[in-house]
Each structure stands twice: as C-alpha cells, then as structure tokens.
Design a protein around this ligand. Structure first.
Ligand code: KDG
Ligand code: MG
Length: 403
C-alpha cells in the first residue's frame, strides 16, 4: 500500500500555460501528470481541485486501474475533454509513482522497449513555399526522418500552423481570440505545389506530413488526398471534422493517402467507428487528453486489431510531462507509428527538467525511474497564469468556420 497523502494542482506559464497535478504518498514518493487543456486550462484545474483531489486522499496509489474506473464510472458523468484530461493527469501521476516505487522507467512496466527509439516528426512551416522548404531542409539536416509541411496560402493573411518563429509555433497567442480568414479554394490550390517542390528539394527518403486542421468537406478532402498521392505523403491529418465519422468513407473512396485523426478525441468511443471501419490509418489520441496511459493503451490495442498505428499529438500545449509519458508509451506499444514533437521553449524546459532526449530523428524517454520528468515548483511559481486563446477562423464572407 502506498497511501496518497496529498495532491496539488500547479498552474504556471513559462512561455505558455500548463496545468500539472502532483500526487504525494506516505512513502515520500510523488508523481506528476499533465492536465493542460489549451485555452480551457482553469476548468481542468477546478475539476481536479474541487472534485477529484478530495476523493484521492487515502487511496492506494498502486491501484491505477481501480482509481481510473472510480473517476470514470464513479462520476456518473463520463467522457468529455475536461473530465478525461483530469483523469489523465491522475493516471499519469500514478504511473510515475509506480515506476519510482519499482525503481524502473515506466516503459519497462508497460512491457519493455518494443523498438530502439520513437520516430518523431518536426514542424517545418513558412509564409511561402520556399521558406517552408528551407525550414524542412534544416530539419532534415538535424536528422529528422519525418517532417510536417505547412505553408502560408497566397491571398490569405494568416494560416494555421505557420508561425512567426522558426521553431516555436504557438497557436494560443492572445488574451482574447484573434480572427483568421480562410478560403478552402485558395488553400487547395497551394498544397500540391508545396509537396511537389518539397519532394524535389528533400528527396524521397524522408516522410512528409500535412495537417488540414478539420477544414475540408469530405469530398474536398478526397480531392486533396488524391492530388497529393504522387508525392506519397505519410499522412493527411484531420481532413474533415470527425463528429460524423461515416463521412470518412467518402474520403476513402477517393484517395489512398493515409489519414490521421484524433488529437481532440478524449476516449476510445470517439475512435471506435473510425478504427473498426478502417477509415483511418493513424490514431492521434494522446496521453493528456484521452484518459492517460491506461486508456491510451486500450485505444492502441483496439487500433492494432485493424492495423491502425499510433501518431500521438505532441504540440507545445502538451507539457514535457505528457511528452515523457508519450515516449514511454511509444517505445513500448506494438503498433507505434510516429510521435509529434514540437520543441518547448527554454523557459518551459527549465520548469520541467526531463530525461528524454532527441537523437537523429528518434527520441528516447531515458531510464530514470518513473516518467523521468519533474517540475521545479519554485521556478514555476515565478510564471503567473495568463489567459490565452486559440484563434477563431472565418470564411471570406465572415461566416464562422473550423479552427
Ligand atoms: O491546442 C491545439 C493545438 O495543439 C493544435 O492546433 C495543434 O493541430 C495541431 C497539431 O497537429 O499539432
Ligand atoms: Mg493537428
């Protein structure tokens, strides 16, 4: 028995907002879990502080599955991003504790390494095709085996995924949502030339990815997928919103470009129909937003039955605690595909010292007991929470559209 004696929520903003849960036990071992829900951070902080932490005190930290079920079934209100992010934070912290108590890195508790390292993809983005390709060449030079390409769209003032900074793309950028303008027609014309030029410049030995960010109708997605086929993209991500999962059948009827979906999914029930009907190739659900390591393993096991591989979300709003957990998961899961890796700012890395490392396009969680990541609470306290929002998106006629 490892009794939970205390749990605390730490909100900090070292470059961007992060919410972290710290669970302490009577043996002096503690664990941490990421609870960051971009743009809605304080909802999860309150859910944990006001409703979850009182139930944790006195429980046995070793009983990860029982505590997961207690928080999921016991709440009566199931699923949803706030609930599942809160459950994920508890689950991640408990795996950290179990690893520390056992003296083993978490991936060993998950079955051990199933590969030498975790292939990651970096973000190459630019205002123009030339700038994007220049960024991609830089990533290739650093050894990346997979690169996501996002470029500004001629005729549009701003575009999803295109940052002002070379490495640190930060989508939540204002105290109130900024507004972008979108034209699917202009966008659809701009992506195939980006991929054509990228293949000329980068060759064929590097995986190229693209994120359509839920902005196409199924038939538009089918056309874009088909137009990209000659350049053999690794995946086309979030081609259309996934509420109506049947609509992915239409995409499948028109293209063999692999499809990746799921960064906003919070449970296996969001993934089930897409996976069972083999409408996607990669599932992007991740530790922090999909119920923690415990639930993500369940999603991966379902996906494995249908040859769907993992491709976990890993943008900067997922803290280094989530990144560490994702690497332990990715190293051990049989049907691993790729892991997104957007570097965190130096202030973030200083608040969350970690053992994970990048080498020639691959990452490894390291062999420290537990997750191998910590939070420097004194440093974290220096960065006060700043309300920040993702932008909203409107069509050229002012209609509110998909972000
Ligand atoms: O919080 C939202 C971001 O993480 C999201 O916009 C990033 O689409 C994204 C991606 O693929 O990383
Ligand atoms: Mg995305």
């Amino acid at each position: 028995m490892l009794r939970i004696t205390n749990a605390r929520v730490i909100v900090t903003c070292p470059g961007r907002n992060f919410v972290t849960l710290k669970i302490e036990t009577d043996a002096g071992v503690y664990g941490i879990g990421d609870a960051t829900l971009n743009g809605r951070e304080l909802a999860v902080a309150s859910y944990l502080e006001d409703h979850v932490i009182p139930c944790l005190i006195g429980k046995d930290a070793h009983r990860i599955e029982d505590i997961w079920q207690y928080l999921y079934r016991g709440a009566y209100w199931r699923r949803g991003p706030v609930t599942m992010t809160a459950i994920a934070a508890v689950d991640t912290a408990l795996w950290d504790i179990k690893g520390k108590a056992a003296g083993l890195p978490v991936y060993q508790l998950l079955g051990g390494a199933a590969r030498e390292g975790v292939m990651v993809y970096g973000h190459a983005n630019g205002e123009t095709i030339e700038a994007t390709i220049e960024a991609a060449l830089d990533y290739k030079e650093q050894g990346y085996k997979a690169i996501r390409l996002q470029s500004g769209v001629p005729g549009l003032a701003s575009t999803y995924g295109v940052s002002k900074d070379k490495y640190f793309y930060e989508p939540a950028d204002a105290a109130l949502p900024t507004e972008n303008v979108w034209s699917t027609e202009k966008y659809m014309r701009s992506v195939p030339p980006l991929f054509a030029k990228a293949r000329d410049a980068l060759g064929w030995d590097v995986h190229l990815l693209h994120d359509a960010h839920h902005r196409l109708t199924p038939i538009e997605a089918g056309r874009l997928g088909r137009d990209l086929e000659p350049y053999r993209p690794f995946w086309l991500e979030d081609p259309t919103p996934a509420e109506n999962q049947d609509s992915f059948r239409l995409i499948r009827q028109h293209t063999t470009t692999p499809i990746a979906v799921g960064e906003i999914f919070s449970s296996i029930h969001d993934c089930r129909s897409l996976i069972e009907n083999q409408l996607i190739d990669y599932i992007r659900a991740t530790v922090v937003h999909a119920g923690g390591i415990t639930h993500l393993r369940r999603i991966a096991a379902l996906a494995d039955l249908y040859q769907v591989r993992t491709g976990c979300h890993g943008a900067t709003d997922l803290s280094p605690v989530c990144m560490a957990a994702a690497l332990h998961f990715g190293l051990s899961v049989p049907n691993f595909g790729v892991q997104e890796y957007m570097r965190h700012a130096a202030e973030t890395d200083a608040v969350f010292p970690h053992a994970y490392r990048f080498e020639r396009g691959m990452m490894h969680p390291g062999d420290a007991p537990g997750l191998g990541v910590d939070i420097d609470e004194a440093l974290a306290a220096r960065y006060e929470y700043k309300r920040a929002y993702l932008p909203v998106n409107r069509l050229e006629d002012g209609t509110l559209f998909n972000w």
